[in-house]
Design a protein around this ligand. Structure first.
Ligand SMILES: Cc1cc2nc3c(=O)[nH]c(=O)nc-3n(C[C@H](O)[C@H](O)[C@H](O)COP(=O)(O)OP(=O)(O)OC[C@H]3O[C@@H](n4cnc5c(N)ncnc54)[C@H](O)[C@@H]3O)c2cc1C
Length: 382
Protein backbone atom coordinates (compact mmCIF):
# COMPACT_ATOMS: atom_id res chain seq x y z
CA UNK A 1 0.00 0.00 0.00
CA UNK A 2 1.50 3.38 -0.98
CA UNK A 3 0.66 6.57 0.93
CA UNK A 4 1.61 10.17 0.18
CA UNK A 5 2.91 12.76 2.61
CA UNK A 6 4.83 16.02 2.30
CA UNK A 7 7.04 15.17 5.27
CA UNK A 8 7.71 11.86 7.03
CA UNK A 9 9.44 12.08 10.41
CA UNK A 10 10.93 8.76 11.50
CA UNK A 11 11.28 8.72 15.30
CA UNK A 12 8.86 10.24 17.80
CA UNK A 13 11.38 10.86 20.57
CA UNK A 14 11.73 14.38 21.98
CA UNK A 15 13.46 15.77 18.88
CA UNK A 16 11.15 14.17 16.29
CA UNK A 17 8.11 15.29 18.30
CA UNK A 18 9.48 18.84 18.57
CA UNK A 19 10.00 18.90 14.79
CA UNK A 20 6.43 17.71 14.21
CA UNK A 21 5.16 20.45 16.53
CA UNK A 22 7.19 23.10 14.73
CA UNK A 23 5.55 22.05 11.46
CA UNK A 24 2.04 21.32 12.72
CA UNK A 25 0.22 24.29 11.16
CA UNK A 26 2.39 24.58 8.06
CA UNK A 27 -0.22 23.16 5.71
CA UNK A 28 2.08 20.22 4.89
CA UNK A 29 0.73 16.71 5.32
CA UNK A 30 2.96 15.14 7.96
CA UNK A 31 3.39 11.57 9.26
CA UNK A 32 5.28 10.92 12.50
CA UNK A 33 6.44 7.29 12.87
CA UNK A 34 7.37 5.99 16.30
CA UNK A 35 8.62 2.45 16.80
CA UNK A 36 7.27 2.16 20.34
CA UNK A 37 3.61 1.18 20.65
CA UNK A 38 1.36 3.92 22.02
CA UNK A 39 1.29 4.05 25.84
CA UNK A 40 4.26 1.65 26.09
CA UNK A 41 6.09 2.44 29.32
CA UNK A 42 9.38 4.26 28.70
CA UNK A 43 11.98 2.89 31.12
CA UNK A 44 14.50 5.70 31.25
CA UNK A 45 16.08 7.08 34.40
CA UNK A 46 17.66 10.01 32.53
CA UNK A 47 16.87 13.59 33.36
CA UNK A 48 17.48 16.34 30.84
CA UNK A 49 18.84 19.75 31.80
CA UNK A 50 17.05 22.10 29.43
CA UNK A 51 18.89 25.32 28.69
CA UNK A 52 17.21 28.71 28.96
CA UNK A 53 17.21 28.81 25.14
CA UNK A 54 15.39 25.45 25.02
CA UNK A 55 12.73 26.79 27.37
CA UNK A 56 12.08 29.63 24.92
CA UNK A 57 11.73 27.14 22.03
CA UNK A 58 9.49 24.84 24.08
CA UNK A 59 7.28 27.83 24.89
CA UNK A 60 6.96 28.69 21.21
CA UNK A 61 6.06 25.07 20.49
CA UNK A 62 3.34 25.25 23.16
CA UNK A 63 4.84 22.32 25.08
CA UNK A 64 6.46 24.13 28.01
CA UNK A 65 3.30 24.65 30.06
CA UNK A 66 2.49 20.91 30.04
CA UNK A 67 5.92 19.89 31.40
CA UNK A 68 5.56 18.15 34.75
CA UNK A 69 7.93 18.72 37.68
CA UNK A 70 10.41 21.20 36.26
CA UNK A 71 13.22 22.19 38.63
CA UNK A 72 15.08 25.44 37.85
CA UNK A 73 18.86 25.59 38.27
CA UNK A 74 20.03 28.81 39.92
CA UNK A 75 23.73 28.04 40.24
CA UNK A 76 26.16 25.53 38.73
CA UNK A 77 29.37 24.76 40.64
CA UNK A 78 32.11 23.28 38.46
CA UNK A 79 35.05 21.70 40.28
CA UNK A 80 37.79 19.13 39.89
CA UNK A 81 38.46 16.25 42.25
CA UNK A 82 41.71 16.71 44.21
CA UNK A 83 42.23 20.24 42.83
CA UNK A 84 41.37 23.66 44.27
CA UNK A 85 40.11 25.23 41.03
CA UNK A 86 36.36 25.87 41.16
CA UNK A 87 33.98 28.15 39.31
CA UNK A 88 30.39 29.02 40.13
CA UNK A 89 28.00 30.16 37.41
CA UNK A 90 24.82 31.89 38.54
CA UNK A 91 21.49 32.89 37.00
CA UNK A 92 21.73 36.23 38.80
CA UNK A 93 25.06 37.03 37.09
CA UNK A 94 23.62 35.99 33.74
CA UNK A 95 20.45 38.04 34.42
CA UNK A 96 18.09 35.19 33.57
CA UNK A 97 15.49 33.51 35.82
CA UNK A 98 17.40 30.19 35.69
CA UNK A 99 20.52 28.77 34.06
CA UNK A 100 18.54 25.71 33.07
CA UNK A 101 15.62 23.49 33.98
CA UNK A 102 15.75 19.85 34.99
CA UNK A 103 13.00 17.55 33.77
CA UNK A 104 12.82 13.78 33.40
CA UNK A 105 13.29 12.34 29.90
CA UNK A 106 9.94 10.58 30.32
CA UNK A 107 8.07 13.81 31.24
CA UNK A 108 9.73 15.71 28.38
CA UNK A 109 8.82 13.00 25.90
CA UNK A 110 5.23 12.86 27.20
CA UNK A 111 4.65 16.64 27.08
CA UNK A 112 5.87 16.85 23.48
CA UNK A 113 4.00 13.70 22.35
CA UNK A 114 0.75 14.91 23.95
CA UNK A 115 1.05 18.25 22.16
CA UNK A 116 1.61 16.48 18.82
CA UNK A 117 -1.34 14.16 19.46
CA UNK A 118 -3.68 17.17 19.59
CA UNK A 119 -2.46 18.51 16.22
CA UNK A 120 -3.01 17.72 12.53
CA UNK A 121 0.15 15.55 12.42
CA UNK A 122 -0.67 11.88 11.77
CA UNK A 123 1.08 9.95 14.53
CA UNK A 124 1.69 6.25 13.89
CA UNK A 125 2.85 4.37 16.96
CA UNK A 126 4.27 0.87 16.64
CA UNK A 127 5.61 1.80 13.17
CA UNK A 128 9.33 1.46 12.40
CA UNK A 129 11.07 2.96 9.41
CA UNK A 130 13.11 0.13 7.89
CA UNK A 131 14.66 1.58 4.72
CA UNK A 132 14.36 4.40 2.26
CA UNK A 133 15.32 5.34 -1.27
CA UNK A 134 15.32 8.84 -2.67
CA UNK A 135 16.00 10.84 -5.80
CA UNK A 136 15.59 14.44 -6.90
CA UNK A 137 11.79 14.08 -7.10
CA UNK A 138 10.74 12.06 -4.06
CA UNK A 139 11.74 9.76 -1.22
CA UNK A 140 10.14 6.41 -0.45
CA UNK A 141 10.18 5.10 3.09
CA UNK A 142 9.63 1.41 3.79
CA UNK A 143 7.79 1.04 7.10
CA UNK A 144 6.75 -1.90 9.24
CA UNK A 145 3.59 -1.41 11.27
CA UNK A 146 2.40 -4.29 13.43
CA UNK A 147 3.82 -6.93 11.08
CA UNK A 148 2.53 -5.18 7.92
CA UNK A 149 4.82 -3.50 5.41
CA UNK A 150 3.84 -0.07 4.13
CA UNK A 151 5.44 2.40 1.73
CA UNK A 152 5.27 6.14 2.21
CA UNK A 153 6.03 8.47 -0.68
CA UNK A 154 7.17 11.85 0.51
CA UNK A 155 9.05 15.01 -0.39
CA UNK A 156 11.13 15.08 2.80
CA UNK A 157 12.26 12.34 5.22
CA UNK A 158 13.52 13.59 8.59
CA UNK A 159 15.34 10.84 10.46
CA UNK A 160 14.93 11.54 14.17
CA UNK A 161 15.39 7.94 15.26
CA UNK A 162 18.13 8.57 17.82
CA UNK A 163 21.59 7.10 18.22
CA UNK A 164 20.27 3.50 18.18
CA UNK A 165 17.99 3.93 15.15
CA UNK A 166 18.83 3.06 11.56
CA UNK A 167 22.39 4.43 11.90
CA UNK A 168 22.63 5.02 8.18
CA UNK A 169 25.26 7.66 7.99
CA UNK A 170 28.09 7.33 10.45
CA UNK A 171 31.11 9.34 9.45
CA UNK A 172 32.80 9.47 12.80
CA UNK A 173 32.26 7.22 15.76
CA UNK A 174 34.49 7.42 18.77
CA UNK A 175 34.03 5.27 21.82
CA UNK A 176 34.73 7.40 24.89
CA UNK A 177 35.36 4.17 26.80
CA UNK A 178 33.09 5.68 29.42
CA UNK A 179 29.60 4.84 30.60
CA UNK A 180 27.17 7.07 32.46
CA UNK A 181 25.56 5.61 35.55
CA UNK A 182 22.26 7.39 36.20
CA UNK A 183 20.09 7.23 39.31
CA UNK A 184 18.20 9.31 41.85
CA UNK A 185 19.81 10.17 45.18
CA UNK A 186 18.84 12.20 48.22
CA UNK A 187 21.30 14.16 50.32
CA UNK A 188 21.23 15.39 53.91
CA UNK A 189 21.53 18.98 52.66
CA UNK A 190 18.70 20.29 50.42
CA UNK A 191 19.61 21.15 46.83
CA UNK A 192 18.52 24.81 46.91
CA UNK A 193 18.42 24.71 43.11
CA UNK A 194 22.15 24.17 42.83
CA UNK A 195 23.74 21.86 40.24
CA UNK A 196 27.23 20.40 40.49
CA UNK A 197 29.64 19.22 37.82
CA UNK A 198 32.73 17.58 39.26
CA UNK A 199 35.50 16.38 36.98
CA UNK A 200 37.37 13.28 38.09
CA UNK A 201 40.19 11.47 36.25
CA UNK A 202 37.63 8.74 35.35
CA UNK A 203 35.04 11.15 33.93
CA UNK A 204 32.65 13.87 35.11
CA UNK A 205 30.11 13.42 37.88
CA UNK A 206 27.01 15.64 37.77
CA UNK A 207 24.31 16.20 40.36
CA UNK A 208 21.20 17.90 39.04
CA UNK A 209 18.42 19.13 41.36
CA UNK A 210 15.00 17.51 40.92
CA UNK A 211 11.64 17.62 42.70
CA UNK A 212 12.59 14.52 44.65
CA UNK A 213 16.26 15.19 45.42
CA UNK A 214 19.06 14.82 42.89
CA UNK A 215 19.63 13.09 39.60
CA UNK A 216 23.15 11.69 39.54
CA UNK A 217 25.03 11.22 36.27
CA UNK A 218 28.29 9.51 37.19
CA UNK A 219 30.64 8.87 34.30
CA UNK A 220 33.45 6.34 34.53
CA UNK A 221 35.18 3.60 32.54
CA UNK A 222 32.59 0.92 31.65
CA UNK A 223 34.03 -1.63 34.12
CA UNK A 224 33.94 0.83 36.95
CA UNK A 225 30.44 2.06 36.07
CA UNK A 226 29.18 -1.54 36.05
CA UNK A 227 30.93 -2.25 39.34
CA UNK A 228 29.33 0.85 40.87
CA UNK A 229 25.94 -0.31 39.59
CA UNK A 230 26.46 -3.67 41.27
CA UNK A 231 27.39 -2.29 44.71
CA UNK A 232 24.82 -2.54 47.46
CA UNK A 233 22.99 0.73 48.17
CA UNK A 234 24.96 1.65 51.28
CA UNK A 235 28.38 1.02 49.72
CA UNK A 236 27.35 2.93 46.61
CA UNK A 237 26.43 5.99 48.67
CA UNK A 238 29.71 5.82 50.61
CA UNK A 239 31.65 5.66 47.34
CA UNK A 240 29.65 8.60 45.95
CA UNK A 241 30.45 10.72 48.98
CA UNK A 242 34.14 9.79 48.72
CA UNK A 243 34.26 11.10 45.14
CA UNK A 244 31.88 14.05 45.42
CA UNK A 245 32.99 15.26 48.86
CA UNK A 246 31.12 16.25 52.01
CA UNK A 247 29.36 19.42 50.74
CA UNK A 248 25.89 17.82 50.75
CA UNK A 249 26.33 15.44 53.70
CA UNK A 250 25.47 11.77 53.40
CA UNK A 251 23.61 10.38 50.37
CA UNK A 252 20.87 7.79 50.14
CA UNK A 253 19.72 6.05 46.99
CA UNK A 254 16.24 6.13 45.42
CA UNK A 255 15.27 3.70 42.72
CA UNK A 256 17.28 1.71 40.21
CA UNK A 257 20.64 2.50 38.66
CA UNK A 258 20.84 2.54 34.85
CA UNK A 259 24.06 2.50 32.79
CA UNK A 260 24.40 4.19 29.36
CA UNK A 261 27.47 3.53 27.13
CA UNK A 262 28.87 6.79 25.73
CA UNK A 263 30.02 7.47 22.17
CA UNK A 264 30.61 10.49 20.02
CA UNK A 265 28.75 9.90 16.76
CA UNK A 266 28.48 12.33 13.90
CA UNK A 267 26.61 11.63 10.70
CA UNK A 268 27.64 12.61 7.18
CA UNK A 269 25.40 15.19 5.65
CA UNK A 270 23.76 15.59 3.29
CA UNK A 271 23.09 11.87 3.32
CA UNK A 272 20.87 11.56 0.25
CA UNK A 273 18.48 13.82 -1.67
CA UNK A 274 15.38 14.71 0.37
CA UNK A 275 16.76 13.16 3.55
CA UNK A 276 17.85 15.01 6.66
CA UNK A 277 18.97 13.84 10.09
CA UNK A 278 18.12 15.63 13.31
CA UNK A 279 18.86 15.14 17.02
CA UNK A 280 20.80 12.08 18.10
CA UNK A 281 20.45 10.52 14.65
CA UNK A 282 22.67 13.35 13.40
CA UNK A 283 25.00 13.56 16.39
CA UNK A 284 25.17 11.97 19.79
CA UNK A 285 27.36 13.60 22.36
CA UNK A 286 28.85 12.90 25.75
CA UNK A 287 26.32 14.10 28.35
CA UNK A 288 28.88 16.41 30.01
CA UNK A 289 27.38 19.90 30.21
CA UNK A 290 23.96 18.53 29.09
CA UNK A 291 24.08 19.63 25.45
CA UNK A 292 22.62 16.72 23.40
CA UNK A 293 18.89 17.40 23.51
CA UNK A 294 19.41 21.16 23.57
CA UNK A 295 21.37 20.89 20.32
CA UNK A 296 18.79 18.48 18.83
CA UNK A 297 15.96 20.85 19.72
CA UNK A 298 17.75 23.65 17.87
CA UNK A 299 18.06 21.27 14.86
CA UNK A 300 14.31 20.62 15.01
CA UNK A 301 13.40 24.28 15.39
CA UNK A 302 15.59 25.45 12.50
CA UNK A 303 14.46 22.64 10.19
CA UNK A 304 10.83 23.50 10.95
CA UNK A 305 11.52 27.16 10.12
CA UNK A 306 13.21 26.21 6.82
CA UNK A 307 10.54 23.69 5.74
CA UNK A 308 7.28 25.16 6.97
CA UNK A 309 6.83 27.87 4.34
CA UNK A 310 8.67 26.08 1.53
CA UNK A 311 6.48 24.88 -1.33
CA UNK A 312 8.78 21.86 -1.57
CA UNK A 313 10.14 21.12 1.94
CA UNK A 314 12.66 18.57 0.62
CA UNK A 315 14.07 20.67 -2.21
CA UNK A 316 17.85 20.87 -2.17
CA UNK A 317 17.72 24.68 -1.77
CA UNK A 318 15.61 24.27 1.39
CA UNK A 319 17.87 21.61 2.88
CA UNK A 320 21.11 23.38 1.94
CA UNK A 321 19.87 26.52 3.71
CA UNK A 322 19.14 24.38 6.78
CA UNK A 323 22.55 22.64 6.69
CA UNK A 324 24.46 25.87 6.47
CA UNK A 325 22.36 27.46 9.23
CA UNK A 326 23.14 24.55 11.58
CA UNK A 327 26.78 23.88 10.69
CA UNK A 328 28.43 26.32 13.09
CA UNK A 329 26.33 25.54 16.17
CA UNK A 330 26.66 21.81 15.61
CA UNK A 331 30.43 21.83 15.09
CA UNK A 332 31.06 24.22 17.97
CA UNK A 333 28.86 22.30 20.42
CA UNK A 334 30.46 18.96 19.55
CA UNK A 335 33.91 20.53 19.91
CA UNK A 336 32.95 22.11 23.23
CA UNK A 337 31.77 18.87 24.87
CA UNK A 338 34.51 16.77 23.31
CA UNK A 339 37.23 19.17 24.47
CA UNK A 340 35.86 19.15 28.02
CA UNK A 341 36.15 15.36 28.09
CA UNK A 342 39.60 15.24 26.51
CA UNK A 343 40.95 17.86 28.88
CA UNK A 344 39.42 16.80 32.14
CA UNK A 345 39.19 13.00 31.83
CA UNK A 346 42.85 12.20 31.80
CA UNK A 347 45.65 11.15 34.08
CA UNK A 348 48.33 13.40 32.60
CA UNK A 349 49.50 15.47 35.60
CA UNK A 350 50.46 18.63 33.68
CA UNK A 351 47.09 18.85 31.86
CA UNK A 352 45.29 17.96 35.06
CA UNK A 353 47.00 20.85 36.89
CA UNK A 354 46.40 23.27 34.03
CA UNK A 355 42.69 22.43 34.10
CA UNK A 356 42.55 23.15 37.82
CA UNK A 357 44.33 26.46 37.24
CA UNK A 358 41.98 27.17 34.33
CA UNK A 359 38.90 26.77 36.51
CA UNK A 360 40.40 29.06 39.15
CA UNK A 361 41.24 31.67 36.49
CA UNK A 362 37.78 31.40 34.91
CA UNK A 363 36.28 32.21 38.25
CA UNK A 364 37.98 35.61 38.32
CA UNK A 365 37.40 36.59 34.66
CA UNK A 366 33.75 37.67 34.31
CA UNK A 367 33.73 37.90 30.45
CA UNK A 368 35.03 34.32 30.20
CA UNK A 369 32.41 33.14 32.68
CA UNK A 370 29.75 35.00 30.79
CA UNK A 371 30.85 33.35 27.52
CA UNK A 372 30.58 29.92 29.13
CA UNK A 373 27.12 30.64 30.54
CA UNK A 374 25.78 31.93 27.21
CA UNK A 375 27.24 28.93 25.38
CA UNK A 376 25.42 26.61 27.78
CA UNK A 377 22.15 28.58 27.57
CA UNK A 378 21.89 29.27 23.86
CA UNK A 379 24.49 27.15 22.01
CA UNK A 380 27.23 28.50 19.80
CA UNK A 381 25.11 31.37 18.49
CA UNK A 382 24.45 32.61 22.04
C1 LIG B 1 22.95 9.83 30.67
C2 LIG B 1 22.50 10.90 29.72
C3 LIG B 1 22.19 12.17 30.19
C4 LIG B 1 21.80 13.17 29.29
N1 LIG B 1 21.55 14.42 29.79
C5 LIG B 1 21.22 15.42 28.93
C6 LIG B 1 20.97 16.74 29.42
O1 LIG B 1 21.04 17.02 30.62
N2 LIG B 1 20.66 17.72 28.52
C7 LIG B 1 20.57 17.45 27.17
O2 LIG B 1 20.30 18.37 26.39
N3 LIG B 1 20.80 16.20 26.69
C8 LIG B 1 21.11 15.19 27.53
N4 LIG B 1 21.33 13.93 27.04
C9 LIG B 1 21.16 13.67 25.59
C10 LIG B 1 19.67 13.43 25.24
O3 LIG B 1 19.16 12.37 26.00
C11 LIG B 1 19.54 13.14 23.76
O4 LIG B 1 20.23 14.10 23.01
C12 LIG B 1 18.07 13.11 23.32
O5 LIG B 1 17.38 12.09 23.98
C13 LIG B 1 17.97 12.94 21.81
O6 LIG B 1 16.61 12.89 21.43
P1 LIG B 1 16.19 12.21 20.06
O7 LIG B 1 14.72 12.41 19.94
O8 LIG B 1 17.08 12.69 18.97
O9 LIG B 1 16.55 10.67 20.23
P2 LIG B 1 15.92 9.59 21.22
O10 LIG B 1 15.64 10.20 22.54
O11 LIG B 1 16.85 8.42 21.18
O12 LIG B 1 14.55 9.18 20.53
C14 LIG B 1 14.54 8.42 19.32
C15 LIG B 1 13.12 7.89 19.10
O13 LIG B 1 13.07 7.22 17.84
C16 LIG B 1 12.38 5.97 17.97
N5 LIG B 1 12.92 5.09 16.91
C17 LIG B 1 14.11 4.45 16.86
N6 LIG B 1 14.26 3.79 15.69
C18 LIG B 1 13.12 4.04 14.98
C19 LIG B 1 12.67 3.63 13.67
N7 LIG B 1 13.44 2.86 12.88
N8 LIG B 1 11.43 4.04 13.25
C20 LIG B 1 10.65 4.83 14.05
N9 LIG B 1 11.03 5.23 15.31
C21 LIG B 1 12.26 4.85 15.75
C22 LIG B 1 12.72 5.52 19.39
O14 LIG B 1 11.75 4.61 19.87
C23 LIG B 1 12.71 6.85 20.15
O15 LIG B 1 11.43 7.19 20.63
C24 LIG B 1 21.72 12.90 27.91
C25 LIG B 1 22.02 11.62 27.44
C26 LIG B 1 22.42 10.63 28.33
C27 LIG B 1 22.74 9.25 27.79
Amino acid sequence: MAEDYDIVIAGGGPVGSALALGLRDSGHRIALLEARPRDAAVEDARVIALSHGSRLVMERLGAWQALAEVTPIHTIAVSQQQRFGRVELSAADAQVPALGYVVSYVALQRALADAVAGSTVEVMNGCSAREFTSNADEAIVGVECGGMTRQFHTRLVALADGADGLQLARVEERDYRQSALVCEVISEEPHQNRAFERFTPHGPLALLPTHRGWSLVWTAQPDRANALAALNDADFCVELRAVFGATLGAFSLRGARQVFPLMLRQARRPLAPRVVLVGNAAQSLHPVAGQGFNLGLRDAWELAQAARDARDPGASATLNAYFSERRFDRTATILFTDTLIRLFSNNIPIIDRLCGAGLAALSSIPPAKNFLVRRMMFGARG
